[in-house]
Design a protein around this ligand. Sequence first.
Ligand SMILES: [Zn+2]
Length: 325
Amino acid sequence: MSKRSHRPVAFGAAAFALALAISPLAAPPALATPTPMHQVARPQHEVTPALTPTALLATKPKPPRDPARADVLVNKKYPLIPRKYVPRLTEVPGTGIRLQPQAAKSYKKLVAAARRDGVDIRLTSGYRSYAVQKGLLEKYTRAYGPAYAQRIAAKPGTSEHQTGLAIDVGNRNRACALQACFATTKVGNWMAKNAPRHGFILRYPKGMESVTGYAYEPWHFRYVGTAQAKAMAGSRSKTLEHFYGVAPAPRPNAAKPSAPKSGTLKNTKKTTANLNLRRGPSTGTTILKTVPRGSTVRLTGKKSGSWVQATHRGTTGWMSSRYLR
Ligand SMILES: [Zn+2]
């Protein structure tokens, strides 16, 4: 883990604004061009051997399924057993957020260690029940459609947050909250370097979407225990999936270009200029890409002033409606 964490973090177009998390739909659906994902995403038979040294295969432990265990594997392919599992929980003092007791204890130590380094960590999410996760996915599905929603939020019964072992963290000033650029913030940096020492691993590393099933989330950490975190670092496993030598989680539909559905044709427009597709409905937001003049874009139906939300070749963002016909 530490190897990766020292690497400078590139972001930009791929700065996904959205979380698995908690946050209200404040951020526009920064369906940034998933360039890093596409570059790294290869068929499974190429990915697995490259990241799983053959020597380790013999000793590969089987993925534990008991969600009371800190080393449990939970992903889209390995749901919780039972699906409506409720862990033993304790509140992280002063946060209103609950975690499994051992995770809460380690988190408190982690926070204290960060504070000694002058870093103030804010806990933004921990345990989420089956019902809460269900509501979250429904909310995202309504806002962004099922394919994109499933890239950023787990189906109920498959979320690590339901184990009470996963945390989302942020900066006190909320800098880059739930965005890829969080990795470059004080807390993001500190966590990447130090979280494994306290038994927390970065669960959805950059470029691992085809393996974990999720876009890069530098704010989401998973308690696995210090021994396991150390073992993972030692085996150079970038993800729990690699560590357990299991097949990657299914690749989300959103990564594939989808054919326009019938009835969407009336929602297509042509650009009358080279037009910037931005993260949000203002010129102050990041440019996700520049759409060439004469391109066809599909409108999602969302509007903000003279801005409309549109999709161009799999990238969704906001553009000025003045240059659309
Ligand atoms: Zn999370």
